[in-house]
Design a binder for this molecule. Structure first.
Ligand code: MG
Length: 351
């Protein structure tokens, strides 16, 4: 078993081990006096894994209930949260009980937000089952829902009491979802780990996926510990995201997946920063080659002028400027604040 300790306002452990799902109760029980555990999952994941998690919880003395919602980003909204609260009430969840998020990023974000706000906050456990949520969204304590005007516009920082990562769940993950996670994995290599990037070049990701999860989570832990509330260094985790979010928005969130859009955003931005002399020569070519190896996109399906316009609603913007995460070279990055007009010009030069 690999353990990563996270020292934020509330400290907790992230455990990585095969077949952890059926041992969930073993690891959760010592951390809580809860009588009830409400498991939150979606219509894809619940039929696969809810039974074994709930069995283990029952074995360790929890009264369990299951709240399931229809899978998909479209459900990540306040009306689903309200249904969750209703479920918690009907099952008499009290201030000392727990919520268990079982699923991908949408499930973790929503169950976390419901836990952060129900009765002004109850404990919750993250059991991420997709690669994207295992390497990224389950770590760091960001929870929330979308509004019609944009993604993750309502939320709270709420750290889990435990994160259980079972890489066995990736066996059932369709290739598109695996790619989705790999977009974020390549991001971690780009911003902080040349050795991870090189290994992704030399080997097949699936053959060392446990090491990948461990390395990505460790990088994210280190960043989040320094900047829990996202006011400084944490911004580097958004490499590829400014343009990626714009591409996702232009596709009305039904085109590219998040990880694919991040891959495209990272390539386009690096092409610009390399042309501008901010990034070491040859970096873009190397990044594009790796992304292509894993069938990830490296171009925008939309005109870059539209992408530029769509960046203006980005959460990372302030006034007329936006902070970009740029690569110095593979494995090393820096933040650069640029006016929107400059970004628009730079994108226009790329056509
Ligand atoms: Mg992301």
């Amino acid at each position: 078993m690999k353990t990563i300790h996270v020292q934020t306002g509330r400290s907790y452990d992230i455990l990585i081990e095969h077949n952890l799902l059926q041992q969930a109760g073993t690891y959760i029980r010592p951390l809580t006096k809860a009588i009830r555990a409400a498991v939150v999952s979606d219509s894809h994941v619940a039929p696969l894994y809810a039974e074994r998690v709930m069995c283990s919880l029952k074995e360790h003395g929890f009264e369990t209930s299951l709240f399931t919602f229809e899978a998909g980003e479209e459900r990540k909204r306040l009306s689903t949260i309200e249904q969750m609260y209703q479920h918690f009430l009907e099952h008499h969840l009290t201030r000392t009980d727990i919520v268990v998020a079982l699923g991908g990023g949408v499930t973790g974000d929503m169950a976390g937000y419901a836990a952060a706000t129900y009765l002004r906050g109850v404990d919750f456990v993250q059991i991420p089952t997709s690669l994207l949520s295992q390497v990224d969204s389950s770590v760091g304590g960001k929870t929330g829902v979308d509004l019609p005007g944009g993604k993750n516009l309502v939320g709270a920082f709420w750290q889990p009491i435990l994160v259980l990562i079972d890489p066995e769940t990736l066996q059932t993950l369709p290739p598109a979802f695996f790619r989705d996670g790999l977009g974020e994995v390549v991001k971690y290599g780009c911003i902080r780990s040349l050795s991870l990037f090189e290994r992704l070049e030399q080997e097949e990701a699936r053959s060392f996926i446990d090491d990948i999860i461990y390395e990505c989570v460790t990088i994210k832990r280190n960043v989040v510990e320094n900047d829990e509330r996202d006011t400084g260094e944490r911004a580097i985790l958004n490499f590829g995201h400014t343009l990626g979010h714009a591409i996702e928005k232009l596709g009305h969130y039904t085109g590219m997946t998040h990880g694919e859009a991040v891959a495209a955003g990272a390539s386009i931005l690096t092409r610009i920063t390399e042309a501008n002399g901010w990034t070491a020569a040859g970096t873009t070519e190397r990044l594009v080659r790796l992304l292509k190896k894993y069938d990830l996109p490296t171009e925008s399906p939309y005109p870059l002028s539209d992408v530029a316009t769509a960046t203006r609603g980005d959460k990372k913007s302030s006034g007329n400027s936006i902070t970009l995460v740029c690569l110095k070279e593979i494995g090393s990055c820096f933040l650069q604040k640029v006016p929107f007009d400059t970004l628009t010009e730079l994108l226009a030069e790329q056509g």
